[in-house]
Ligand binder design. Structure first.
Ligand SMILES: NC(=O)c1ccc[n+]([C@@H]2O[C@H](COP(=O)([O-])OP(=O)(O)OC[C@H]3O[C@@H](n4cnc5c(N)ncnc54)[C@H](O)[C@@H]3O)[C@@H](O)[C@H]2O)c1
Length: 360
């Protein structure tokens, strides 16, 4: 696994900085990856996970930090892309000392990297980390934080889905459309509410019986199916993966009956080439990192002092961004996932370049 990219590599520039952090007494082993600060300080969460090896942890942080640069660029934020991983089982090793040791390493980067929550870290952890660093967001409401980010994530997914509907059917309204929601967790529940309000017919599934119970109680009109395989084979117009990554794979895509895919889950494309398979089947895929940016928009807003209306307005613009990407994809004859990457790279280059203008 290489971190450096040779100067004759025609592809993306590679990571700016990768920092290995260790505090043996508390057991902290962390890697902070900064992919790009072209648009501003790098922002991305801290994943606390028991990786099988140091190589696996490094590979994940490199991948995730690059992804954040693209997500933040297309969300219109003045923030670059970064991410961190803490290597270990949070249930075994997470402690005040470990989190605070980590916070000191974040502080040592002097604002080049802002951290937030991710898998294995929570708002309460951010409050502990914040005792050692100013460069942390996604904090509790009592500490000026924005609280649960799934509210604006769902709102943004709904906006992206509306733009995709407009592209395919000529109207952004989802009235009368059948939308399949896979995963009735935090985001899936809010999304279901928006869809029902818009007049869509919702078909859903979840592995957790409590989530199904929530649907029966709050939205008795939502049809429930056994599992994701049953959902993708159902006669739906839109598929919204809102559970885990890899939802679009060699099994689901050939079986999928929807014309549009737009959902909250991260890393929906199981492997490179799936975006082509979707396009070949005439399925419009609204790229995950574009439509699920409402959460990062929320934590980014917190850096300025959280204002819900301002953050919601910015998340609403996911409609315009998705529309722009889908049009660019048509114009350039590429899948939307490729068009999204191109647009993100363009913004990083065009706006990032302005920093070469000396301010005196
Ligand atoms: N919460 C956010 O702000 C946010 C932001 C960006 C992206 N995302 C992504 O969106 C997805 C959902 O996030 P969330 O916060 O709602 O998580 P969550 O844990 O609250 O919900 C996930 C739901 O999916 C269900 N699930 C798991 N495996 C399933 C399967 N095989 N079939 C059907 N259902 C299954 C779980 O039971 C749970 O109800 C995740 O991939 C997350 O990374 C979330």
């Amino acid at each position: 696994m290489g971190v450096f990219v040779s100067t004759d590599d025609p592809g993306p520039a590679g990571h700016e900085q990768v920092v290995f952090c260790q505090d043996r007494q508390s057991g902290l082993k962390a890697i902070i990856g900064i992919y790009s600060t072209a648009l501003g300080p790098a922002l991305g969460g801290t994943r606390f996970y028991p990786y099988a090896s140091e190589e696996a942890a490094l590979a994940d942080v490199l991948d995730l930090s690059r992804g954040m640069a693209y997500k933040n660029a297309l969300a219109g934020l003045d923030l670059g892309g970064g991410k961190a991983v803490i290597w270990g089982d949070p249930d075994q090793v997470k402690s005040e000392a470990l989190l605070r040791a980590y916070g000191r390493f974040v502080q040592s980067l002097a604002g080049r990297y802002y951290t937030a929550c991710d898998v294995g870290t929570y708002v309460a952890d951010m409050d502990v980390i914040a005792r050692e660093t100013r460069y942390v967001t996604g904090r509790s409401v009592e500490h000026g934080g924005a609280g649960d980010s799934s509210v604006l994530t769902a709102w943004g997914v709904f906006q992206g889905m509306r733009a995709a509907a407009e592209h395919v059917w000529g109207s952004p309204s989802l009235r009368g459309r059948r939308v399949g929601v896979a995963g009735l967790g935090k985001v899936g529940r809010h999304l279901t509410g928006h869809l029902v309000d818009d007049g869509a017919e919702v078909v859903a599934t979840d592995v957790d019986p409590r989530a199904l119970e929530w649907a029966r109680t709050n939205h008795p009109g939502v049809a429930l199916v056994a599992d994701t395989a049953a959902l993708v084979a159902t006669d739906i117009d839109v598929y919204a993966p809102c559970a885990l990554g890899g939802a679009l794979n060699d099994d689901t895509v050939p079986a999928l009956r929807a014309r549009v895919v737009a959902g909250a889950a991260n890393n929906q494309l199981a492997h490179p080439g799936i975006e082509k398979l979707l396009a070949d089947r005439g399925i419009l895929y609204a790229p995950d990192y574009v439509v699920n940016a409402g959460g990062v928009i929320q934590v980014a807003d917190e850096i300025e002092g959280f204002n819900f209306d301002r953050a919601k307005l910015r998340a609403t613009r996911i409609f315009d961004t998705t529309r722009q990407i889908l049009r660019l994809a048509d114009d350039e004859g590429v899948p939307p996932a490729v068009a999204a990457d191109r647009l993100a790279e363009r913004r990083m280059a065009d706006v990032g370049r302005l920093r070469t203008i000396h301010l005196g």
